[in-house]
Design a protein around this ligand. Structure first.
Ligand SMILES: Cc1ncc(COP(=O)(O)O)c(C=O)c1O
Length: 416
């Protein structure tokens, strides 16, 4: 394999063919070919997803679950078939364990407000980690403040790995829930979820996994992981924005009160009493994002067609190449050097502000993200305000890494 070779040999993944599926990638930015390396923020959409949404609005648009007419039945069947596709994608035991939400953020808020309010009281504890995204911190802070509970935080080491020993000492009879990310968006660290679940269950605490950054790169098997809740966002796995999935074990979901009230989540309503609908509809109040669900279904089909393991292997090779090329640039400090990583190369360059790095890279057609990545505690751990983050997807190539490196060299020249 030659460094920078066009087709990524060894993995057998045909990246050029995959790139042709993404219309947006064919354009130029500031006269340069677009190099899109902001995939942890959101991924681009393949033609199959764009077409599925148009097809729905052109031929099937109708409200779900309510009508007896032709279009409503078609829309309902398509909507529910995506629930089954999501069940398969996550290897959930039952399709009623799949709840459609707006995204990872809403999934976590749903669990905090429904499970949390029912099970967390004064003196109880919620255990998270230092590497969480704000959306896996703030909902628990809100809950803890409301209930008089305490938020405990398991620390990370200087490679950006969870300190499992300290984590285990923070688990105890007061721990009512553990909420942990599968893959860190700021560092790329892959957490040992199965081990974490074993430890938490040993202490009697259920586990919510934030899968926003794992689902695009790793095969997720919720039964294999043993977790109680798993959250993901459609837009990070090549689907539309505004749609996501919360997986929850039936036994827990059955006992949880509704998150929101309204249409569709009820069996019957009188002014005296409302009987809630069965799972999963109890948690899907109001008209859902039907087009979003259908777009998500097309994204899941697309990922299944390409093979998530093949995608992961290809990305792993590109990320490894990027890690060694970027870290060889004088002045670069990598933030996040865990042994197990996926998707992300986060770095600083001397005392150049990451926003300046991002702006100069943009002029070269290279789109990265700069800032705290909604993970300010991670930034505090590493003593930086912000990093520059290149994040990778199935369509990225080693040539694009070369373009990234050339652009960073330009930054160095500007600030020399
Ligand atoms: C690890 C992680 N968790 C949660 C989220 C929130 O996802 P969303 O904004 O799609 O709800 C993100 C988004 O970047 C993330 O990276």
């Amino acid at each position: 394999m030659s460094i920078g070779a066009k087709s990524v040999s060894g993995t057998g993944f045909d990246v050029e063919r995959a790139r042709a599926d993404f219309p947006i990638l064919q354009q130029k930015v500031h006269g340069k070919p677009l190099v899109y390396l902001d995939n942890a923020a959101t991924t681009q959409k393949p033609r199959a997803v764009i077409d599925a949404i148009s097809r729905y609005y052109e031929g099937t648009n109708s409200n779900v679950h309510r009508g007896v007419h032709y279009l409503s039945e078609l829309a309902t069947a398509e909507y529910e078939s995506v629930r089954e596709a999501a069940r398969r994608f996550l290897n959930a035991a039952d399709h009623k364990e799949i709840i459609f939400v707006r995204g990872t953020t809403e999934a976590i808020n749903l669990v905090a407000q429904s499970y949390g309010r029912a099970h967390v009281g004064a003196g109880d504890e919620i255990l998270i980690t230092e590497m969480e995204h704000h959306s896996n911190i703030v909902p628990w802070q809100i809950l803890c403040r409301e209930r008089g509970a305490a938020l405990r935080v398991a620390p990370i080491n200087d490679a950006g790995e969870l300190d499992l020993e300290k984590f285990s000492t923070l688990l105890g009879p007061k721990t009512k829930l553990v909420a942990v990310t599968h893959v860190s968006n700021a560092l790329g660290t892959i957490n040992p979820i199965r081990k974490i679940v074993e430890m938490a269950h040993g202490a009697g605490a259920p586990v919510l996994v934030d899968g926003a950054q794992a689902a695009p790169h790793l095969k997720v098997d919720v039964q294999g992981l043993g977790c109680d809740f798993y959250a993901l966002s459609g837009h990070k796995i090549y689907g539309p924005t505004g749609i996501g999935v919360l997986y929850g074990k039936t036994a827990l979901l059955e006992k949880m009160p509704p998150y929101q009230g309204g249409g569709d989540m009820i069996m019957s309503v009188t002014f005296e009493k409302t009987v809630y609908n069965r799972l999963p509809y109890k948690f899907e109040a109001g008209t859902p994002d039907i087009a979003g669900v259908i777009g998500l279904g097309a994204a899941l089909n697309y990922l299944t067609y390409l093979g998530i393991e093949q995608i992961g292997a290809h990305e792993h090779e590109v990320v490894r190449y990027a890690t060694s090329a970027v870290s060889a640039i004088p002045g670069v400090r990598l933030i996040g050097t865990a042994k197990e990583k996926a998707g992300v190369v986060s770095f600083t360059l001397g005392d150049v502000h990451p926003h300046d790095i991002g702006t100069i890279l943009d002029r070269e057609g290279v789109a990265i993200r700069t800032g705290h990545h909604c993970s300010q505690p991670v930034m505090q751990h590493f003593g930086v305000e912000a990093t520059a983050r290149a994040s990778f997807a199935l369509y990225n190539t080693k040539e694009e890494v070369d373009a990234l490196v050339r652009a960073i060299e330009k930054v160095r020249k500007v600030f020399a």
